[in-house]
Design a protein around this ligand. Structure first.
Ligand code: NAP
Ligand code: HSE
Length: 444
């Protein structure tokens, strides 16, 4: 008879509720699901209505009691936040229990410490749900794409902001109203500033880059810009120029910019350019067709070329699908009883080299800039001259609005380093006819 596997849930909100629902309805799913017992569940408020019915003694407000319960073999952390989530994960590992978590905020900041503790305890910490909701991207990066030399990982990895941008572009919907909808649908973080300010996407790209390039990424060094200050006028101008606007996260090799730092093994540390920002995406680019709560991650490597992972990036069902997949991986191994402290290297987290982030000034990209200027002859020429003086090549320059209130001049640059761009912008804004830079976005 198959061994029963006890599951302890830390949290029964959007994701925890979705997980409990799958565990309680095993019919038609993988047979291993029927071998999982939901033993104990930690919540903050015992009286809150729940989407699933659980025996009264299953719920507790004491998360340590869930971790310490001898009938709990796998701890599933879906409570969110940094603490007490981090401490509870470490406590489970110290007790020899494998952990499944959807908590990208904890993994992006404490992933190395957690992975090291898990390796020495001989347990797994699986994080498929932490990035891309229901999209399988973590295990493919760890396993299926392991033979590649990855060049770039980029994509739309926040469902809330993509849902907001899509509805604003398609219906002209109001930002605050759509954000409220995203919260009601269970897409947004407890503090939605994490979504709209780009912090959640920065957590996720730190995790993806760590897996793709093989070393921990300093989360605090990622230049991050969200959509809270994005203006609808820039979305309109982008549309007129045949682009959509997406909150994009990018991590790519920057081998040519600096190789000074030393690896943990004495070899060169891999320089990476990583960033999160609203970005113009050409309408014929695969990412431009990703709408609503969907996410998409493009992985470019040698020899695979380009592969895109697409699907629902947030919400109860999709995220629970990823959590349960991780539980099943662990349950399958526990039933085979073949770990004996020897972890499957492809399922376990591991780093094999050092990576470092290049200075923001060394990041190279195309840019969208909107200048607010006087409506006088020669302004476009002056902007062009200053860009040329600093080696910034212009792809297009268009005047959109001209009135007594001034003119709006939109420039799309070719690829240029942020350092050169900044020098050109300093020269441009020093000109008396230039009233200011009204918007600066990335451009694919
Ligand atoms: P949520 O709906 O706010 O649920 C959090 C749950 O944790 C609630 O049941 C809450 O109890 C419980 N909880 C929080 N602090 C606790 C504490 N100190 N002690 C005991 N219970 C506690 O959050 P969520 O949307 O499910 O997100 C959970 C995690 O999954 C987060 O890390 C999030 O980033 C991640 N995630 C979410 C999604 C998504 O689409 N929502 C997708 C991927 C990843 P009460 O119910 O009593 O308040
Ligand atoms: N708040 C997150 C998002 C949840 O909107 O993408 C999924 O990680």
């Amino acid at each position: 008879m198959a061994t029963r596997i006890g599951i302890g849930l830390l949290g029964l909100g959007t994701v925890g509720g979705g997980v409990a629902e799958i565990l309680q309805t095993p019919d038609g799913r993988h047979p291993l699901v029927a071998d999982l017992d939901l033993v104990r569940v930690a919540v903050r408020d015992l009286n809150r209505p729940r989407p699933v019915e659980l025996p009264a003694d299953c719920l507790t407000t004491n998360p340590e009691a869930v971790v310490d319960d001898p009938n709990v073999h796998v701890v599933v952390e879906v409570m969110g936040g940094i603490e007490p989530a981090r401490t509870l994960i470490m406590r489970a590992i110290a007790a020899g229990k494998s952990v499944v978590t959807a908590n990208k905020a904890v993994i992006a900041r404490h992933g190395e410490e957690i992975a090291a503790a898990a390796a020495s305890a001989g347990v797994y910490v699986l994080i498929e749900a932490a990035v891309g909701g229901g999209i399988p991207i973590i295990e493919p990066l760890k396993q299926s794409l392991g033979g590649n030399r990855i060049q770039r990982v980029s994509g739309i990895i926040n469902g809330t902001t993509n849902y907001i941008l899509s509805r604003m572009a398609q219906e002209g919907a109001d930002y605050d109203a759509v954000l409220r909808d995203a919260q009601e649908l269970g897409y947004a973080e407890a503090d939605p500033a994490a979504d709209v300010d780009g912090l959640d996407a920065a957590d996720k790209i730190a995790i993806l880059a760590g897996l793709a390039f093989g070393g921990p990424i300093p989360r605090g060094g990622i230049p991050t810009d969200g959509i809270s200050s994005l203006q609808s006028r820039d979305v309109d101008y982008a549309t007129q120029l045949d682009y959509g606007v997406k909150l994009l996260a990018v991590a790519e090799r920057a081998d040519n910019t600096d190789t000074d730092n030393a690896d943990r093994d004495g070899g060169p540390s891999l320089p990476l350019a990583v960033r999160v920002q609203p970005t113009l995406v050409p309408l014929d680019h695969p990412l431009a067709g990703v709408h609503g709560v969907n996410n998409a991650i493009l992985v470019e490597g040698d020899p695979i070329g380009r592969v895109m992972f697409y699907g629902p990036g947030a919400g109860a069902g999709p995220t629970a699908s990823a959590v349960v997949a991780d539980i099943l991986n662990i349950a399958g191994i526990q039933q085979l009883n073949d770990t004996d402290g020897q972890l499957d290297p492809l399922l376990a987290a591991s780093s094999w080299r050092a990576c470092h982030l290049v200075e923001s000034s060394a990041i190279r990209q195309r840019n969208y800039l909107r200048f607010h200027t006087d409506d006088t002859p020669g302004v476009i020429g002056q902007i062009g001259t200053s860009f040329g003086d600093h080696g910034v090549s212009i792809q297009s320059i268009v005047q959109f609005d001209a009135s007594d209130a001034g003119a709006e001049i939109v420039v799309i640059t070719h690829e240029v380093s942020n350092g050169n761009l900044d020098k050109a912008l300093a020269a441009i804004t020093a000109r008396p006819e230039i009233r200011g830079i009204a918007a600066h976005l990335g451009c694919l």
